[in-house]
Ligand binder design. Structure first.
Ligand SMILES: Cc1ncc(COP(=O)(O)O)c(C=O)c1O
Length: 390
């Protein structure tokens, strides 16, 4: 853990800035593939890493570095490595830090493509994966073997917003020399700092709230210097690198992250409360509602409940699709973390490539809808869902 020097918003706005000789106020964007050396000797020294400096944007770019330093300061991490997407952040982390035969324990309640990555790709390279219920601590304990290297969770999870006790899970992991990885995509460091609770590595899909306006794909892995050097070395060789342009967009977005996360959370709270009172709604999943099974834990671990909620409608897929098709303002799209509110049917989109059994295990039913509540006026969002009250 790195100690926090300035407060959150100051870091979000100022960290990582290095002005060029032009004296620009806004961060410079270095759209260049490679960098020029003063001599053959300097080129050789930079390639050998015996001298610091830029070489080639697959693994050194000043604009990407600003984003990495700024995000690291917000999470309180020693180091951040930016990647091309959230999925490549997860892939890079395991490719860099695991070897064939290693065992990873993974929460059942995670993003569908992450389940695919574990089940279809990482197992092919010799990793042994066990899925367990996110909130059942004894299952995590029972699943540990002498080969277990990592625990992997999303908290809150996508799409059911289940929450685990990061501190307890980290203590359990550390008692067996295991590291805890947290995908902090739903909360971002504005609402939750997993490293403060004992987690070892953080994953981000920057595509979501770090961007905040649905423009660019990106990701990040954060942790201690040693692990991140290994992730960087994987990135240098394998190349799932963040582009300088996307890094610049994310850097600027971080400046408003905490304001946006508060606004997303307050809109989501109002919508969840309204949904909870509608006849056509069977059950609402939102950590800010007292009916959420981990309501108290969410209050301790997060500074607000976040912008994503999901709910089951009475009926099945037909009723779920009817509701989606009745909306005009909301965007029917699977992305989340946008200023524009998005509505999606996880079973036929984000979780559609899972088998029926995998979907059941992750709790994604055919009547489930996920809304990533945006920053529009809440009255307009609610009006667009009036099908539920008729
Ligand atoms: C929790 C979570 N992690 C990771 C990802 C993957 O991110 P990306 O789409 O940037 O690859 C997503 C995408 O929805 C997600 O919701």
């Amino acid at each position: 853990m790195k100690k926090f020097e300035n407060k959150f918003n100051t870091n979000a706005i100022r960290e990582g800035v290095k002005r060029t000789q032009e004296g620009e106020h806004s961060e410079a964007m270095f759209l260049t593939s490679s960098f020029v050396f003063k001599s053959a000797k300097e080129a050789a020294d930079r390639f050998k890493n015996s001298k610091d400096g830029n070489v080639y944007s697959r693994f050194t770019n000043p604009t990407v570095r600003i984003f990495e330093e700024r995000l690291a300061s917000l999470e309180g991490a020693q180091k951040c490595i930016a990647t091309s997407t959230g999925m490549s952040a997860i892939l890079s982390c395991f490719m860099a830090l695991c070897a064939p035969g290693d065992h990873i324990v993974v929460s059942k309640s995670i993003f569908g493509t992450s389940i695919q990555l574990f089940n279809k790709i990482l197992t092919k390279w010799g990793l042994d994966i066990t899925f367990v219920d996110l909130t059942n601590e004894s299952k995590w304990k029972d699943s540990i073997t002498n080969k277990t290297k990592f625990f992997f969770v999303e908290t809150p999870s996508n799409p059911l917003t289940e929450i685990c006790d990061i501190k307890k899970l980290a203590e359990l992991a550390h008692s067996s020399n295991i590291k805890l990885i947290v995908d902090n995509c739903f909360c971002t460091p504005a609402l939750q700092k997993p490293l403060l609770h004992g987690a070892d590595i953080i994953i981000h899909s920057a595509t979501k709230y770090l961007d905040g306006q649905g423009r660019c794909l990106g990701g990040a892995v954060l942790g201690d210097n040693e692990d991140m050097e290994n992730v960087h070395s994987f990135l240098r060789t394998a190349g799932p690198t963040l582009s300088a342009f996307n890094a610049w967009v994310f850097t600027k977005s971080l400046e408003t992250l905490s304001l946006r996360m508060k606004a997303h959370s307050s809109n989501a709270m109002l919508l969840a409360t309204w949904l909870d009172q509608q006849k056509k709604v069977k059950k609402v999943f939102y950590p800010g509602l007292k009916t959420h099974p981990q309501f108290d834990l969410a209050k301790q671990q997060q500074s607000a409940s976040g912008g994503v909620l999901s709910f089951e409608v009475n009926g099945s897929i037909k009723e779920a699709w009817k509701l989606i098709d009745s909306t005009n303002l909301l965007s029917i799209t699977a992305n989340l973390g946008d200023a524009k509110t998005t509505i999606t049917h996880p079973a036929s989109t984000t979780h559609s490539r899972l088998t029926v059994k995998e979907r059941e295990d992750s709790g994604v039913k055919d009547n489930l809808i996920r809304i990533a509540v945006g920053l529009e006026d809440i009255d307009d969002i609610i009006r667009d869902l009036n099908y539920l009250s008729n």
